[in-house]
Each structure stands twice: as C-alpha cells, then as structure tokens.
Design a protein around this ligand. Structure first.
Ligand code: GDP
Ligand code: MN
Length: 390
C-alpha cells in the first residue's frame, strides 16, 4: 500500500524527521487559504500515487495566495500518468541550496533492505546512479541484525557526504530505518532531502510504501488507503474471491491456477501481445466464478479481447463452459472471446459452447491448443487496436 506524500510526512514528523510546514487542500479556495496561512510563497504538490510528479508538471510553485489559487484551478481534475488530482498538499517554499537522497528498499534477492544514500538528489535514483556513481552508496541491511551505526557512517562516507551535513543526515537515516521497521514498509525514501539556504536539512518529499502482507498488524494505516481506479478493480476482485492483478496491456486473461495464468501471460508476450491482467479463477472453479471473472475483466476498459485458458483437472471444462454461456447470455460482452479448454470433460465443455454458438449466432473463437489461443487473441487485439473489425 502506497501512502500519499502528505500522509508519509506525518509519520516522518512523528519520528523526528524535519518536514516543511504544509496544509492539505481539496479545492482552489482551500489552497488559497492555505497559501495565505503559510506566508504566500508556496509549492503546490499534487497528491497522486506516482513518482516523477515534478517532471510531469504536477508540482508547481506559486508566489502569492492568488497565484496559488489560479495554479490550483489548473491542477485539480487534471490527469498525470493516469492519476487524477483530487488533493493538493500546499507547502511553504523552501530555499533549496542542495538536494540529497536517503532511502531504504526491500531487496528480496538479498533477503534484506538496501540503504541508499546520495549526496546529490532531486532526480530519480536511477539517474543519480548513472550520473554521479561516486556520490551514491548502497548497503545491504540484514533485518535480523538490524541497522548498525557503522553501516550508516560507511554509507555516508561512500556517498561523499560533506562533513557539515554528516551528523544530521546520519540521524535522519537512522530515523528513517525506525519508520521502515515500525510500519513494516517495503520502501521509504526522502528525495530530495534538502539543505536550505540557512543550512537546515528538511525532507522535501516523502515516500512510504507499506507491505500489504503486514497490513493486518497496522489497522490504523489501512484506513489511510487511497483506492485509485486500478486498486478499486483489485478490491472488487478480492471481494469476489478472484486472484486478480491489473496489468497495462489489452488482452484479458482468465486461467485456472497461478502457474497456468503466468504461462498464458508468457505466451501472449511471446506472440507479441500484452496481457491486461492476471486473473486466476483457482482450482475447481464453478460456472458462477467464471461468470464473475468475465464481469470483472470487462470493468477494465483497456480490455479488447478475452482469452480463457483452462486446463481441466479438478476444474471441469463443462462447468467453465456453462459459466461462459451464462455470462454471454446475461450481459453484453462487446469484445471477442477466445477459449481453449483441455482436460477433464473437455468434450462436454466444447459441445456446450458449440451448441451455444449454433443457437445464438454469437461468435466465439475456440482454440485447440494454448499456443493457438494466444495467437488468435493477439491477432484480434491488434486488429481492433488498428481500428478494424475483429
Ligand atoms: P516528485 O517529482 O514526485 O518526486 O516530487 P518532489 O516532491 O520530489 O518534487 C519535485 C521537485 O520539485 C523537487 O525535486 C524539487 O526540486 C522541487 N521542489 C519541491 N519542493 C520545493 C520547494 O519547496 N521549493 C522549490 N524551489 N522547489 C521545490
Ligand atoms: Mn521526489
């Protein structure tokens, strides 16, 4: 779960990391009022759950309350990288003398956290690494031993941290680890960590992503969750007992079992297409579950083709076919469906589908193998995207 910057900053402040003064606003009037209270010269920070807001134009400066209001009118409702601006965090403008970076990210391969420090910041961490390799350091932290002071000192030396900031950045890096472990985050980051003209060190930005698997231990945090459009679909899927992950392609995939779902996605990639999701109906799926899966997939407007790939074991192909027929009879699907059924009751399943096609004239693409199914799905999706009829 990703927290918004304004939410993350509250936790930073609580743990002794300095943050600029700021106020959350949901209307241009509130932005103007906030700007007035903060002294007029402010930064308007769109609260959307994506990085690189600065570059995208979602972070804007204003030098008076009136200007803040005008800029806010432009920002509210605008879409950046697929996210709509509904909240703006208004902060006092910082006099930025220098930008630095401190963060921790979970590294599953190393079974630990990586502490990343850089004495330059502001740009994306990948860019810092490419442009200033001598000013960045990475240190693996074993979660069993925890963070040791010498590790932080070494990390700062390796990142060429200037002496005058050393002590305070050291303190902040330790506090940030405290936040990481207290809230069971998988990522937390301050970019930029700003040195002001007066020499103060302040967290100008804040990221805090909580490990979803630990959320049951942090009920208070779960309330902060902001369901973006995609998350909403995932939540609906969870409620329906489906294993669903949204991806950014245009071929909706329904398969039984995680292995089968992944193999289906791989095949779609190999055939040159892109899956719109990962949807696993699990073993022994009933016709009702199959129908719900189709309904859920169709809520994603990017889906241009559905590919249903079932290998019947405990799952019976006739039951799956009944679910497809039910879905098709009860709602307007509007996109072509490609089906491959194999295994238990395959013949019965195929017969149900063929009878349905004969009776209704609704066209279904029945494939014999999953390779064939993936190829048909990719071709259909391409034709539709090119504007032709499929
Ligand atoms: P991100 O692009 O989503 O990471 O958003 P940030 O909060 O990091 O803001 C992007 C950039 O805006 C920062 O790297 C700063 O250069 C700039 N910025 C943020 N706050 C201030 C501020 O108070 N004053 C000034 N002058 N620039 C700021
Ligand atoms: Mn940032």
């Amino acid at each position: 779960m990703k927290l918004h910057e304004y939410q993350a900053k509250q936790f930073f402040a609580k743990h002794g990391i300095p943050i600029p003064r700021g106020k959350l606003a949901t209307t241009p009037e509130e932005v103007e009022q906030a700007a007035r209270e903060l002294g007029g010269r402010v930064v308007l920070k769109s609260q959307i759950l994506v990085g690189g807001r600065g570059k995208a134009g979602a972070i804007r400066l204003a030098n008076s309350p009136e200007e803040a209001r005008r800029v806010a009118e432009e920002l509210f409702g605008r879409v950046f990288k697929g996210h709509v601006v509904k909240k703006i965090y208004v902060e006092e403008q910082l006099d930025i003398a220098r930008e630095m970076y401190v963060g921790y990210v979970l590294d599953r391969a190393k079974k630990g956290f990586t502490l990343i420090v850089s004495s330059v910041g502001g740009m994306e961490i990948e860019e810092i690494a490419a442009r200033h390799p001598d000013k960045i350091s990475k240190t693996t932290i074993d979660p069993v031993y925890g963070l040791w002071d010498f590790q932080v000192r070494n990390a700062l030396y390796k990142a060429s941290m200037p002496n005058e900031y050393f002590k305070e950045v050291f303190r902040i890096a330790k506090k940030l680890y405290e936040i990481l472990t207290t809230y069971e985050a998988e990522l937390t980051e301050i970019n930029p960590l700003v040195v002001t003209g007066e020499g103060k060190i302040v967290a100008a930005d804040a990221r805090l992503n909580i490990d979803d698997n630990a959320l049951f231990r942090h009920k208070d945090l779960e309330q902060l969750r902001d369901y973006t459009e995609e998350d909403q679909l995932e939540r609906i899927a969870v409620e329906r007992g489906l294993n669903y992950v949204k991806l950014d392609g245009n071929i909706g995939v329904i398969a039984n079992g995680a292995g089968m779902s992944m193999a289906t996605m791989d095949l779609i990639y190999i055939m040159g297409g892109k899956p719109a999701n990962f949807l696993d109906v699990g073993g022994g799926a009933s016709s009702e579950v199959v129908k719900k899966a189709i309904e859920t997939i169709l809520m994603d407007k990017n889906v241009k083709v559905i590919f249903i790939n079932i290998f019947g074991g405990i799952t019976r192909c006739d039951e799956v076919a009944r679910g497809i027929v039910k879905a098709l009879s009860e709602m307007e699907i509007g996109v072509p469906i490609v089906i491959r059924l194999a295994g238990t009751n395959e013949e019965e399943g195929r017969k149900i589908l063929e009878d349905f096609i004969r009776e209704t004239g609704i066209k279904l693409h029945i494939a014999k193998t999953m390779e064939e199914g993936a190829r048909i799905a990719v071709e259909l999706a391409r034709k539709i995207e090119e504007g032709g009829e499929a």
